[in-house]
Design a protein around this ligand. Structure first.
Ligand code: NAG
Ligand code: NAG
Ligand code: NAG
Ligand code: NAG
Ligand code: NAG
Ligand code: NAG
Ligand code: NAG
Ligand code: NAG
Ligand code: ZN
Length: 511
């Protein structure tokens, strides 16, 4: 090494973290206030304030200008006058590898999904390169939309190579990915091989020093679990201190239980590892009590539960142990902001309807924008048992979003929380940082290789889409896996006159 480089390095190391500090100055901050003896925790709005980031953490939140003696020399200043700065959104349920299916599932139901797009139906369809490209572009879509943390239920674990590819893409994205390795019963990769693969990935620890961590996904807790297999999987969780466990939980007519009761009966619910139950559509009162007493969370994927029909009849009653997720981003957007808005308004509708059902008039709005904001941010952090995620306060991770407060959509805003939750869109997101590093800057993803990644992804997606277009749609009659019969929902028609004008899917086979 040249002496001059060495000196520069030494200087950097000795100086007050010069290269690593950024000051966002003169904007509106949606901060976070911890609980006190007399007040619950809450959002804390600071106007005309500054946020200092040093390395991967928030080092200061100031009302007005940051005091000069607290700003390290060499700090880069970003003027956020008239803008809003918030913590990043947290998505607690996604399958990042599915990007290549984009727009193919516009009218799928959940049984369609299982037969066509799920981890079992698509085994063998994607190469390791396909998984890498789908996972990376899927995460970039999320980062672009202000999602800084994702719990990825990674069920692209069909081989050593596809597993490794999804993990590598997660790391390369720079996002904060809780990459949860799925152990599952598939055709050509036994659970024993998956265990060896998991050990390999955990031991190599390529994620070390990055925001990505290794978790576990498992959908066979109940009914009728294989006790030996559960023990093996939970043994890995303990041995490698997995950052999270996640499971698809439906219950009710769907079967596919993986309920809090199931996990509790196995003796694994009240553990220090966070467990996220995605959907929990038909959670029982007992299950809800168990979640509260063990401090485990569900992930409400508002849009997928409406799109596919699993629905969420009771989820509004357990929002104190809930977070928000995306699920299958190939069928709709990848940003948690849209989920928060859909969930907020559909919850309001449900609770108003209860009053109207008694022939009474709702006098107050049942859910506030602050609650929706917390669900999309803080509660995701709590679901992952990470007090330093989903909050903008000193000491928290510097996962941040800057919103353009003068965009056509936001112009005239007064309450910044309402501005974000009810008026903003992805188009208004100017900067996104994860772990103190810009991932989107001046409305653009910073990765200079993104155009090249896009080109490779498009070639991969074309091949995969062509295969699916040529595969006949599943015929769903008789009963679902749970034994409950299929039935047709009323198909509604927006066109006058007789006949089924449901329409076609406009899919082109690409050459
Ligand atoms: C914002 O704070 C700065 C520094 O304290 C001050 O100079 C400026 O006048 C303030 N602007 C507004 C609009 O209050
Ligand atoms: C920050 O930007 C605003 C315009 O958006 C400008 O009026 C102001 O002078 C800038 N502040 C500094 C310190 O450059
Ligand atoms: C499993 O491997 C066999 C042999 O290589 C192959 O024919 C089959 O298509 C594979 N099945 C899946 C689901 O990938
Ligand atoms: C997959 O990885 C495991 C663990 O490193 C190894 O034992 C096994 O041979 C690998 N399988 C293949 C097909 O390469
Ligand atoms: C396990 O990981 C958590 C963070 O996910 C950390 O707080 C804890 O110290 C780790 N425990 C051990 C024994 O390494
Ligand atoms: C969970 O475990 C803790 C000890 O780790 C214990 O104090 C608590 O009572 C347990 N809760 C339930 C519901 O079992
Ligand atoms: C299901 O559909 C297939 C093909 O349309 C038909 O042959 C079969 O009789 C149907 N089964 C039931 C139970 O309706
Ligand atoms: C979705 O739309 C396509 C095109 O109209 C149709 O062939 C298919 O049956 C539809 N699928 C479902 C589940 O309705
Ligand atoms: Zn899912």
């Amino acid at each position: 090494m040249h002496l001059i480089n060495l000196l520069a390095l030494l200087f950097q190391a000795a100086g007050p973290a010069a290269a690593g500090s950024i000051l966002f100055s003169g904007g509106t901050i949606i901060g976070f206030k911890a609980a006190t003896d007399s007040t619950p925790e809450s959002l804390d709005v600071v106007r005309n304030g500054s946020v200092l980031v040093t390395d991967d953490r928030i080092a200061g939140v100031f009302s007005g200008a940051a005091p000069a003696d607290q700003v390290p020399e060499g700090t880069e200043t970003v003027n956020i006058s008239k803008k809003i700065i918030t913590t990043g959104f947290i998505d607690t349920h996604k399958h990042g590898w599915q990007t290549a299916f984009k727009t193919l599932g516009s009218n799928t139901s959940l049984p369609d999904y299982f037969n066509r797009y799920g981890e079992f139906a698509t085994e063998g369809l994607l190469t390791a390169d396909d998984v890498y490209l789908g996972q990376l572009t899927g995460i970039y879509e999320a980062l672009n939309g202000g999602v800084t943390t994702i719990l990825d239920h990674a069920h692209h674990t069909w081989s050593n190579a596809t597993s490794q590819a999804g993990l590598k893409a997660s790391i390369d994205s720079g996002g904060r990915i809780f990459w949860a390795y799925a152990f599952h019963h598939i055709a050509n990769f036994t659970v024993a091989e998956q265990v060896a693969n998991f050990r390999d990935l955990a031991t190599k620890a390529d994620f070390e020093g990055t925001p990505t961590t290794l978790g576990v996904a498992y959908d066979l807790f109940g009914p009728n679990p294989d006790l030996e297999e559960v023990k093996t999987v939970m043994g890995l969780v303990k041995e490698f201190n997995a950052s999270v466990i996640t499971t698809h939980s439906l219950q009710g007519p769907w079967g596919y239980d993986n309920s809090p009761e199931d996990v509790s009966n196995l003796g694994y619910l009240n553990i220090s590892t966070p467990i996220v139950f995605s959907h929990a559509s038909f959670l029982t009162a007992t299950g809800a009590t168990l979640l509260r007493s063990t401090n485990q969370y569900i992930s409400i994927t508002a849009e997928s539960e409406m799109h596919y029909g699993h629905t969420h009849p009771v989820s509004h009653l357990i929002q104190d142990q809930a977070s928000l997720g995306i699920d299958t981003h190939f069928t709709y957007s990848s940003d948690i902001l849209t989920q928060a808005r859909l969930w907020l308004q559909s919850t309001r509708r449900k609770l108003y309807a209860e009053v109207l059902g008694r022939w009474q008039i709702g006098a107050h709005n049942p859910m506030s924008v602050n609650q929706a904001f917390l669900l999309a941010t803080r509660n995701g952090g709590l679901a992952l048992r990470r007090d330093d995620l989903g909050v903008l306060r000193v000491g928290a991770k510097a996962d941040l979003v800057v919103w353009d407060g003068t965009s056509p959509a936001l112009l005239g805003w007064n309450d910044p929380v309402a501005a974000v939750i009810l008026h903003a869109s992805v188009a208004d997101i100017e900067h996104v940082l994860v772990d103190g590093k810009f991932r989107k800057r001046d409305f653009k993803l910073v990765d200079k290789t993104y155009p090249d990644i896009q080109a490779k992804f498009l070639a991969s997606a074309e091949r995969i889409q062509n295969v699916l277009i040529e595969t006949p749609l599943p015929v769903l009659n008789g009963s679902f896996l749970s034994g409950y019969p299929y039935a047709d929902p009323l198909r509604v028609d927006v066109q006058r006159g007789a006949g089924d004008a449901y329409g076609e899917q406009f899919l082109a086979e690409q050459i």
